[in-house]
Design a protein around this ligand. Structure first.
Ligand code: NAP
Length: 285
């Protein structure tokens, strides 16, 4: 199968390249070679590549920056998704798009089903919701959350850096979600692509955690692997003690039951995948 990946240098984009099934012919672009807000550039690359599948791993993911730059975030996360969807439809290619738990307001006490009412709290979530609406009913839309990988800016890498450099770290304990290992998400997207699935699905690792729980686990796993030399206190704090430009949902665990049915079983627990991350960073030296 011939596949065009956009956003190929991001966490998910790299994971997709690393986990592609044998026989997949991948052409990967990122903003330096294909800006997805440029309809003419999309048309040119689609003509060149003639993909059977267009996978959108590109996004404006700076959640706080989006609050003061919603126009750019909307262009990338919203309008451009419509351009990609149109291009895929025109070329009779399948379109797979990735969205976020931030389309929900976090007031639910139970995991969010794919058809639960959306109500984003901030600009990033609003623009990603616009992208879902622009992707069209024939697309596969997979919402995920708290994504991390050995490369890229993410919570695990930030915690490892802070824990090595500071006498203590303070971490928000009243936001609950689920960490997600990017290569695991990528492998699932390939499985779903092979099945030709359409509609909205949820994919994260299994389980739930606060950012504080996640930080404690990161430190424990990194100490066990010899990535950190000494433990520092991890102090739980409230969201109110760590103000950010963007409001974030307090509870954004996603219900993945329909996804499990397609994948043939549950996703791995987030803590197992965290061990894979720590091992991958250690292997890089
Ligand atoms: N990261 C998370 O925690 C998280 C959580 C929930 C959902 N998601 C969703 O999961 C998907 C993958 O996220 P990720 O973590 O892999 O994001 P990422 O690491 O930030 O990668 C996104 C990539 O898209 C590129 N990009 C930005 N604007 C573009 C444009 N106009 N044209 C082409 N490429 C552009 C970025 O380039 P630059 O780096 O140069 O900007 C980057 O390489 C996204 O849809 C995201 O919204 C992520």
């Amino acid at each position: 199968m011939k596949v065009l990946i956009v956003g190929g240098k991001g966490q998910l984009g790299r994971g997709l390249a690393a986990t592609a099934p044998a026989g997949t012919e991948i052409v990967s672009h990122d903003i330096d070679t294909l800006d997805i807000t440029d309809a003419a550039a999309i048309a040119r690359v689609m003509d060149e590549v003639e993909p059977e599948l267009l996978l959108n791993a590109a996004a404006y993911t700076a959640v706080d920056k989006a609050e003061s730059d919603e126009e750019t975030a909307l262009a990338v996360n919203g309008t451009a998704v419509g351009l990609l969807a149109d291009a895929a439809r025109g070329a009779r290619a399948k379109f797979i798009h990735v969205s976020t738990d931030f389309v929900f307001d976090g007031t639910s006490g139970v995991p969010y089903l794919p058809d639960a009412p959306t109500n984003p709290l901030g600009a990033y979530g609003r623009t990603k919701l616009a992208g879902e609406q622009a992707a069209g009913e024939d697309a596969l839309i997979v919402r995920t959350a708290w994504v991390y990988a050995p490369t890229g800016g993410n919570f695990v890498r930030t915690m490892l850096r802070l824990m090595a450099a500071h006498p203590q770290v303070r971490v928000v304990a009243d936001q609950i979600g689920t960490p997600t290992w990017a290569p695991g998400l990528a492998a699932a997207l390939w499985q779903l692509a092979a099945q030709g699935a359409s509609g909205v699905y949820h994919y994260t690792d299994a389980g739930a955690a606060s950012w504080y729980d996640f930080a404690v686990a990161i430190q424990e796993e990194a100490l066990a692997a010899g990535l950190l030399e000494a433990a520092v206190p991890v102090i739980p704090i409230n969201t109110a003690d760590y103000p950010t430009p963007a409001k974030r949902p307090h509870y954004s665990v996603l219900d993945k039951t329909s996804m499990f049915a397609l994948l043939g079983g549950p996703t791995p627990h987030w803590r197992s995948n965290l061990r894979l991350m720590i091992a991958a960073i250690k292997a890089e030296g």
